[in-house]
Design a protein around this ligand. Structure first.
Ligand SMILES: *[C@@H]1O[C@H](CO)[C@@H](O)[C@H](O)[C@H]1NC(C)=O
Ligand SMILES: *[C@@H]1O[C@H](CO)[C@@H](O)[C@H](O)[C@H]1NC(C)=O
Ligand SMILES: *[C@@H]1O[C@H](CO)[C@@H](O)[C@H](O)[C@H]1NC(C)=O
Ligand SMILES: *[C@@H]1O[C@H](CO)[C@@H](O)[C@H](O)[C@H]1NC(C)=O
Ligand SMILES: *[C@@H]1O[C@H](CO)[C@@H](O)[C@H](O)[C@H]1NC(C)=O
Length: 629
């Protein structure tokens, strides 16, 4: 239905030579202005006085914007940005709205200086946060073009928050509704955007959507907004995340904030912070200040309490919650040197291949009481700093050989009636996990907290019995065909997909140990990520939609062995935006139908200062439909 309207709109209103120029007008005064422009085009071959006079315009045909020369019979040329708002799917919005949408055929000139907010209690925290979003919106609009190319004037816009919403300090959890509606219309010479949502987070998403409906028209030198829009929207999956590893290489605060900003543009809502590992300990634990002192790469490469607070608050503003991971019992090492008490084993052991999957090796000694004392302090600090609704305990890649190399551990096992079989080592691991879990809950003042663990030896057929699906959510990093997935679903575990065959963004570069490509090459292209549908993965393993409640969502993972602040943006973006649409909209159509919107969204990211990678020559953006296989 919408496609038909667009067709009509494009053919008759834009291309039709004898039609009145109605598209951009709401009042007769504006008609006069447009007529002036038309004469201008005829005589000067250009449109905006400060535009060198692009000879090109765009018209919509079969869902794509086609480029053509502005010749005499073209009465009201459109720039690419405006054509994209009407052509193809959902006005170019990324991710695609999931509920009822309708788009009018009109653009209105917007005065970016006159955007105001109403319908909120400005004294409340929520009211202030919404105001901050409106300020950001204004700033982003002003950044769409250099200030002296934007013509003065235009309609004012009132963002009107209608209906009731939760006005208390906003907390984003897995249960928080993010749904919203937005209605943009013109009345009495003013533009209105009526927004309704039950929560701050829905309102924030609505403002994000609104920002995507505002473009700079470079043919006319004006900021314009789509009018007569109604959108009802909400996510299909509640957990839509990005993992960033800040231990293999330190990632500076500015880059983390930029990552959260970019996430908010695609309505991703979870920043999973893999903050420590064997390589470094940049987290400033208050209980154990020696941890970062011994374990950070330098005193400048530490996340202080203040940094974390700033990141968390920026997350809330942008609809992103932060979940910390303290990975154990493997993936530890640097930072623990001062602890003593044989708290770690095989740290930096050589040859490393015998004890772990990448250098440096290092595991906690589950038999050392000191380990749990240290963990309790770290958990207490992290729970206080992050106040997360989930806690990630890691739990991946435990090496039995590492534990089996320690006489201390083996003596303890004999004392506890265990032999040195694999089964016994899993019992030892379970001993650690159970005790660490109790320590976490103790650190949380006895309050239960859902815990995420990676798939590992503990999620194997024989060992899954050790894990309680009421306590643990499992993050899957094996391939999409791995039967672990089926086992988890059958046993009622809630899962998060990070299957490395689609969602590991570090894959595909040169090896960092040895030569050739890195272990999970090739590079995962955005198309592959877009097609990585959690429900299809379940279906292929014989499950139906009735298991959907067990799928919380997915997460793209950026392990940082070969990335730091200089290159995080281009690894994450725009590929993570493909994940965002998969999770928000769970589209039934393939990436091919999303390609033009994706190219446009990538431009948006760059516009906001995100150093997103280029997917195609810019020529393909300007000559839609010509770059195909
Ligand atoms: C404009 O004129 C050209 C030829 O001069 C013609 O090919 C084209 O179809 C015309 N466009 C419209 C919209 O009538
Ligand atoms: C979310 O909802 C579930 C089920 O309705 C409930 O068990 C759980 O405690 C809630 N979690 C949070 C963080 O509110
Ligand atoms: C929120 O949006 C989702 C996706 O459109 C929809 O399935 C769900 O029913 C909506 N929830 C509410 C409470 O409207
Ligand atoms: C660590 O273990 C060794 C035996 O492997 C023992 O000699 C030493 O005293 C232990 N150190 C501490 C601090 O417990
Ligand atoms: C642990 O090491 C002992 C030798 O000390 C060996 O007999 C045993 O098979 C090893 N266990 C595993 C699970 O590899």
């Amino acid at each position: 239905m919408k496609a038909r309207i667009v067709k009509l709109f494009c053919r008759k209103r834009i291309r039709g030579p004898r039609r009145h120029v109605q598209l951009l007008v709401a009042t007769s005064a504006v008609i006069m202005m447009v007529l002036f422009f038309l004469i201008f085009v005829r005589f000067f071959g250009g449109v905006a006085s400060n535009n060198p006079g692009s000879p090109w315009y765009y018209y919509c045909e079969s869902g794509i914007c086609k480029k053509a020369e502005i010749i005499e019979n073209v009465t009201s040329p459109l720039c690419l940005g405006i054509c994209q708002l009407f052509c193809g799917e959902v006005g170019g919005i990324w991710p695609k709205p999931t509920g009822h949408t309708s788009f009018g055929n009109y653009m209105a000139k917007l005065n970016p200086y006159e955007i105001t907010l109403s319908g909120v209690d400005f004294g409340s925290i929520t009211g202030q946060l919404i105001q901050e979003n409106v300020n950001k919106l204004k700033q982003n609009i002003m950044n769409l073009a250099s200030i002296d190319t934007i013509k003065k004037g235009g309609y004012s816009l009132i963002l009107n928050i209608i209906g009731q919403f939760n006005n208390e300090a906003p907390i984003l959890t897995i249960n928080t509704s993010e749904n919203y509606t937005i209605n943009i219309y013109q009345k009495d010479n003013k533009l209105y955007a009526d927004i309704s949502s039950a929560t701050y987070f829905g309102i924030r998403h609505a403002i994000e959507t609104l920002s995507q409906l505002i473009v700079y028209d470079d043919l006319y030198g004006e900021i314009k907004i789509t009018r007569d829009v109604y959108i009802q929207d909400g996510p299909v999956f509640p957990y839509r995340g990005i993992l960033l590893d800040t231990a293999r290489n330190f990632i500076d605060k500015a880059t983390i904030l930029r990552t959260i900003e970019a996430m908010s543009m695609s309505k991703l809502n979870t920043f999973h912070w893999h903050i420590t590992d064997s390589h470094s300990f940049p987290y400033s634990s208050r209980t154990w200040p020696n941890m970062p002192r011994y374990g950070a790469y330098s005193s400048a490469k530490i996340y202080t309490e203040k940094d974390i607070k700033e990141i968390i608050n920026f997350g809330i503003l942008n609809g992103v919650r932060v979940i910390p991971e303290f990975d154990a019992p493997a993936h530890i090492g640097e930072g623990w040197q001062w602890v003593g008490h044989n708290s770690t084993v095989c740290f930096k052991a050589e040859p490393w291949q015998q004890y772990c999957v990448e250098p440096p090796c290092g595991q906690l000694n589950p038999t050392s009481e000191k380990v749990y004392e240290i963990l309790e302090g770290i958990y207490t600090d992290m729970l206080r700093d992050f106040q997360p609704d989930f806690f990630h305990m890691g739990g991946d890649e435990v090496s039995i050989k590492c534990w089996n190399s320690s006489n201390l551990i083996k003596d303890w096992m004999i004392d506890h009636g265990l032999d040195f079989s694999e089964t016994s080592f899993y019992k030892l691991w379970n001993y650690f996990q159970s005790k660490a879990y109790e320590t976490l809950i103790k650190a949380n003042n006895g309050n239960k907290l859902p815990v995420i663990l990676w798939t590992s030896g503990l999620t194997n057929e024989d060992n899954l019995q050790f894990l309680d699906p009421k306590k643990y959510i499992i993050q899957i990093w094996t391939t999409k065909t791995d039967n672990t997935i089926g086992r988890l679903i059958k046993n009622d575990f809630r899962v998060i997909f990070s299957n490395y065959d689609a969602l590991y963004l570090d894959c595909g570069f040169g090896a960092w140990i040895g030569e050739g490509n890195n272990w999970c090459a090739p590079y995962k292209a955005w198309q592959n990520i877009y097609e990585n549908s959690p429900m299809k993965i379940l279906e292929n393993q014989g499950f139906s939609k009735k298991h959907k409640h067990l799928v919380l969502g997915s997460e793209a993972a950026l392990w940082s062995e070969q990335v730091d602040s200089t290159s995080v943006d281009s690894r994450l973006w725009p590929r993570s935006a493909a994940l965002a649409e998969r999770l928000w909209s769970d589209p039934s159509s393939s990436w091919i139908h999303a390609e033009q919107r994706m190219l446009k969204h990538r431009e948006r990211l760059v516009q906001r200062g995100i150093l997103a990678d280029s997917l195609e020559p810019e020529w393909c953006l300007q000559n839609q439909g010509h770059c195909y296989l």
